[in-house]
Design a protein around this ligand. Structure first.
Ligand code: HEC
Ligand code: HEC
Ligand code: HEC
Length: 182
């Protein structure tokens, strides 16, 4: 009886062992001889991955470099913009002055009025004081000042400068009475 049990146990052990061996065989890794095409594909995949990583790294670096350069240029522009603006202002003033001299072709203007014509040494005044003093912001040209405005403008400056005519006859050239009505 004991012997039979022993044999049965041995058989069982054998069967179990056999089963586990079979299972092991089924789980065993695929044969080491991977088809060469698959191997090559794997290698290629690895290589592309590496290249992609490198490209990402380098483009990042290039972007940073370009950004730095742009920042440097912007700084330079900002630093030079102010002097350039001032220079342009200077040049504009010079051009304006030159233009004023060129446009003052009218040597003198005669301002007719009932109190006797007034002859204004136009060019002399223009070159000394510019156009805006008398013409304002408008484009200089023929203009009618009117008595009060004219007196205020002309006499006002002459008094202020303590130079230039301030009495009636110095400005108004009255016609001789005897010549009137001829
Ligand atoms: C002192 C004042 C004064 C100044 C400075 C002056 N003008 Fe005049 N200008 C006059 C008056 C006043 C008249 C108008 C005369 C009229 O129409 O009876 C005139 C007329 C003119 C006319 C028209 C002349 C014509 O007979 O057709 C021109 C163009 C002109 N001015 C240009 C200028 C320019 C350009 C400047 C500056 C460079 C200037 N003027 C500066 C007072 C001035
Ligand atoms: C911004 C100042 C100013 C204004 C505006 C001005 N003058 Fe004069 N004017 C002078 C001065 C300064 C003199 C004297 C210096 C000179 O003769 O060079 C003068 C001189 C004159 C003279 C004498 C010129 C000579 O050769 O003897 C006349 C005429 C005259 N102005 C007329 C006028 C009339 C007219 C007006 C207005 C339409 C006028 N001025 C506006 C400053 C001005
Ligand atoms: C600096 C020059 C100047 C002096 C000085 C001056 N005037 Fe005039 N006056 C003028 C001018 C220029 C006009 C013309 C204004 C216009 O018609 O645009 C004028 C206009 C007049 C007018 C207006 C005439 C009309 O047609 O309506 C009278 C009036 C006059 N003046 C009187 C006088 C008297 C009076 C004095 C002296 C107390 C005097 N003026 C001194 C420059 C002068």
């Amino acid at each position: 009886m004991k012997k039979n049990l022993c044999i049965a146990m041995m058989m069982a052990t054998l069967v179990l062992w056999g089963c586990s061996q079979e299972k092991k065989q089924a789980e065993a890794p695929p044969p080491a001889t991977m088809p060469p095409v698959e191997q090559a594909m794997d290698k290629a995949k690895e290589a592309t991955g590496a290249v992609a990583k490198q490209v990402k790294k380098t483009t990042g670096a290039v972007e940073k470099k370009v950004e730095k350069q742009i920042a440097a240029v912007e700084e330079k522009v900002a630093a030079t913009a102010v002097p350039v603006k001032e220079k342009i202002g200077e040049i504009a003033d010079q051009v304006k002055a030159a233009a004023a001299k060129l446009t003052t072709t009218v040597e003198s203007v005669t301002i007719d009025n009932k109190n006797g014509k007034v002859v204004l040494p136009h060019k002399k005044h223009a070159e000394a004081y510019g156009c805006a003093v008398c013409h304002g912001d408008k484009k200089p040209g023929p203009q009618k000042l009117g008595k009060d405005a004219a007196h205020a403008l002309c006499q006002g400056c002459h008094k202020e400068k303590k130079s230039g005519p301030t009495s009636c006859n110095q400005c108004h050239q009255k016609k001789a009475k005897s010549l009137e009505g001829c």
